[in-house]
Design a binder for this molecule. Sequence first.
Ligand SMILES: Nc1ncnc2c1ncn2[C@@H]1O[C@H](COP(=O)(O)OP(=O)(O)OP(=O)(O)O)[C@@H](O)[C@H]1O
Ligand SMILES: [Mg+2]
Length: 605
Amino acid sequence: MTSGLAKTRRIVPYIGMAATVILLVAAFVLGLVSFGKMRQVITEEFNQQQLVLAKNLSALIRQDLDFLRRELMVLNSSPSIQFSESPSWRSRMKVTMDSIQGEELLEIWRWESLDKYSSVMDRTGGVRAERWPFDEEGLAKWARDGANRNKIMMASVPKTAAGKYGGRPLLLMAVPTYQVSPDEAHASPPGRFAGALAFLLDASAVASRFVDQARSGTTGYAWVIDGEGTFLAHPKHEFIGRNAFMARHEEFPSLGFERINEIMRDKMLTGQEGTGEYVSGWHRDEAGPVEKLIAYAPVEVHSAPPRLFWSVAVVAPTSEVHGLVRSLFMRQFFTQAAIFLAILAGAFSVLRLERYWGNLQKQKEREINLSSRLAALGTLSAGVAHEINNPIAIILGFTDLLLEKIPEGAEGHEQLKIIERQGLACKKIVENLSRFARIPEQRDETSDMNEEVKRVVAMVQNTLLTEKIICKTELQEGLPRVMGDPQGLGQVLLNLITNARAAMKNGGVLTIGTRQAGDFAELWVQDTGSGIRKQDLGHIFDPFFTTKAPGEGTGLGLSISHGIIERAGGTMTVQSRHEEEAASEPSGTTFTVRLPVADKTREDA
Ligand SMILES: Nc1ncnc2c1ncn2[C@@H]1O[C@H](COP(=O)(O)OP(=O)(O)OP(=O)(O)O)[C@@H](O)[C@H]1O
Ligand SMILES: [Mg+2]
């Protein structure tokens, strides 16, 4: 039962360790899984944010176009424009030209329905006459159509017509002009069709105005293509005006760009919004294949047919998001690991503490056990001693009488001597036993440890020398007196020396020392003998425990000594290393007797 329990106890730490390792591995695997999941979620989240940004940019561009449309309508409602009042129409146009800041408005065109020529004002305010160049039939027809009154037409301008502006993508914003606004000269306007008014816009300036400043994450950016796939805005300014499919291919012929071309063709150029991933040939100024996240949203440039729209894209390298996720995950993982290890360390400390208390308790139990056994033995001994003492006294008395009658040399004298010797030996044992039962009235007696050591060593010195045992003493000077009677202390010392002699059959060194330790004085007896086996250490103070051959030892020496010291309020401990258990270190045993220092005041009284 007990051994089963002990076995379980021994296995527990290993089970704990295995469980820990399994838990750690499981935590790591789960961590990896959640890392993948987290990455996916955050990536999607990030791309959704990009989509919001793309939609915002789209709204900004649309608002800008609305503002231009309003400006065109306001100008178109001016009587000086409607009635071609010279020269006031020029100054009116100039006001509009100046009120529109930036690069967006390139020219204002005024076409009179009866004229082949149009009046064109550029940003400087200069006016020239020029033929209506754009899609002449279509636009003139559209303007004349009464159904289009008050409507605005938006159209891309053919590249050929935009030669003057270096092939920049242009956008035309036109409105039919009717003579409807009254002024001093025309109190009742006729409401006749008069021609058309148009803004020639720099499409890339309109597209770039807000997009150029957009940032996604730390390095992500935005770009815009028109309905044909021509770049209107891009951080690489040389791309503007070029076809996006061609520009990419020409820049990085080695890369396929399948994904992005697919996204452009199937989604962006069909006016859809969404998100995706692709591999790009560059990111800002760095070249090389870069994985990117893209979100795109259409910009409604002109909703009435023919519908005209652009597409805004917001892109950022995937690594930016993944790097963030990784560092986040790492931080989380390490925090978890630290907490886990802290809990583990705590658990181990608790286990250790528990074991420590367990051992302490066991030791206490053993001591109590021993004391009670000694007490029981003491009571028994008292009775036995009393019963045996009388017969032995009688035997010894009669032996004495007979020895007087039978002189030395006479028959029977030797036998009587043997009887006397054995009788005396019995008396000695009885005396030893009766020490257990001694009433503690001698407790008040005190001894001088050093004196006792000197006395006993002088007694055994010669015997030790014949047994090739060197005896050394290390006595601390000025040691205070200790509790316990000198005779008892002497017997304890003698018992310890006797045991040490027995353990050093082939000689050795015996060291006896004293020292003060706080309110106690210590006496230690050290030998270089065979030592005590671990399994015996717990039993040597038990009465009748001996490892000696039958007849050689009674096993009472240490238990009696223990009793004497305990009665004096002291303790006795042992440290030993057995010769078979000591790997390379020398074997031997040290007994330490600790006695309380005698109370000075009491002693003086
Ligand atoms: N210094 C020592 N070195 C090695 N073993 C020792 C030493 N002191 C005690 N022992 C062990 O402790 C046992 C008990 O000692 P204890 O003095 O109580 O009895 P004993 O010496 O065997 O017999 P007794 O003292 O009654 O003649 C011894 O048998 C011995 O095995
Ligand atoms: Mg002994």
